[in-house]
Design a protein around this ligand. Structure first.
Ligand code: ZN
Length: 95
């Protein structure tokens, strides 16, 4: 059972501006290095949301209303989102 040690704003302040830097960012919760991320979007919209998570302790943060970079591989189809959530059931998301 995880204990969530930090809140949403702590994470927002902690996370790097560039997604490329997430790979070397430490987890606020457990201190492990390297965070994963995934964008979720809508057809014909540059806005979506993003989940950033730590694969070590499975704590993550859900950031809503974010601009999806053109280079990002966002999940748009409902079935893709469901598959992602199905594969990441263990995540404890802060939002
Ligand atoms: Zn962690």
């Amino acid at each position: 059972m995880n204990t969530i040690t930090h809140g949403y704003l702590d994470w927002i302040k902690h996370l790097p501006a560039n997604d490329a830097d997430l790979a070397t960012c430490t987890c606020l919760n457990c201190g492990a290095t390297g965070l994963n991320y995934q964008y979720f979007g809508f057809e014909d919209s540059e806005l979506g949301w993003k989940i950033v998570w730590c694969a070590t302790c499975n704590v993550g943060i859900q950031i809503s209303r974010t601009v999806i970079p053109e280079s990002a591989d966002a999940l748009i189809e409902q079935v893709e989102r469901e598959r992602f959530l199905d594969h990441h059931k263990q995540l404890e998301l802060i939002s």
